[in-house]
Design a binder for this molecule. Structure first.
Ligand SMILES: [Zn+2]
Ligand SMILES: [Zn+2]
Length: 293
């Protein structure tokens, strides 16, 4: 099983960290969890045609996790090396996912109609097979089992899910956006790799900004994520969806500070994710650090 962090960022539109998205390759499956800004570019950077993605899973419907969907869905249908999808686009997510896709279909009706008539693209390739899911086994096929669990993204942000993917005796958990929670720890028991979100702000910023306090209340601090890691005890802990907060006046904390803060509650192997980082899970866990172009 191989995990590639396609995007490790959050809402800020920056070049070095694209929106949250993670590719999990397991046997014949190529599963993309969340489709943030730039996910399509990252997938094609790996040489994988967009039409080759076998399933999309959404943790929740916040825009930073979904704005890349029309790109993956529509560009993946184009008859070219980078596209080529001939089968329905399979997408699973919490309540609202089917609605989101039905409305995208309306929004892009002109493109779909025009390409079908003009480019003779296969009608099946643009069909959406969307399924709203809740906690439990989402699908099991080709030796890959995907299990959803509930997360805690704040009282007004529901429903939200995290996912565990099991294949060939190995496993990976992706928390999605969440505060630290018992559910995450329960779902992560015995997992090889645990990918956790994190948000971090200087005390000075939190003392002056209600908006930043609210952000922190919806996410996991480094110490909080560290506690989830320590309680779950994965072979490797990874940060992705990294939000180092700033208001433009109080500087954002550094990655070094993020690690120092995490180390107060968690001492075992930890990687701070970067875009296109690969994690190959077998008898050992190998981490690859390709340079981001
Ligand atoms: Zn969110
Ligand atoms: Zn988010």
């Amino acid at each position: 099983m191989k995990v590639t962090l396609l995007g490790t960022g959050a809402p800020p539109p920056v070049m070095d960290r694209f929106g949250p998205s993670t590719l999990i390759e397991a046997g014949t499956e190529k599963i993309v969890i969340d489709v943030g800004r730039g996910a399509a570019q990252r997938i094609w950077q790996l040489g994988i045609p967009l039409g080759g993605v076998t399933a999309v899973l959404l943790t929740h419907l916040h825009s930073d996790h979904t704005v890349g969907i029309p790109d993956l869905w529509l560009t993946g249908w184009i008859n070219n090396r980078f596209g080529g999808r001939k089968e329905p686009f399979q997408i699973y997510g919490p309540a609202g996912t089917s609605d989101l896709m039905a409305n995208l279909k309306k929004a892009y009706a002109w493109d779909i109609r025009t390409r079908e008539a003009d480019e003779k693209l296969p009608p099946q390739g643009i069909v959406v097979a969307a399924k709203d899911v809740t906690a439990g086994v989402v699908f099991e096929r080709n030796g890959v089992k995907v299990t959803a669990f509930e997360t805690d993204h704040g009282p007004l942000i529901k429903p939200t899910l995290g996912y565990r993917v099991d294949f060939g005796g190995h496993s990976v958990v992706l928390t999605g956006d969440t505060r630290p929670s018992d559910e995450i720890v329960k779902a992560s028991k015995g997992v090889d790799v645990m990918i956790h979100e994190v948000a971090f702000a200087a005390d000075e910023l939190l003392a002056t900004s209600e908006a930043m306090k609210r952000v922190m209340d919806h996410h996991s601090s480094p110490q909080g994520a560290g506690r989830d890691f320590a309680r779950s005890n994965p072979k490797l802990a990874v940060y992705s969806h990294i939000a180092l907060l700033t208001d433009g006046k109080v500087a954002a904390p550094t990655m070094e500070q993020l690690v120092i803060e995490t180390r107060k509650t968690y001492k075992e192997p930890l990687e701070v994710g970067t875009d296109l980082m690969t994690i190959t899970i077998g008898a050992t866990i190998e981490v690859g650090h390709p340079a981001v172009k």
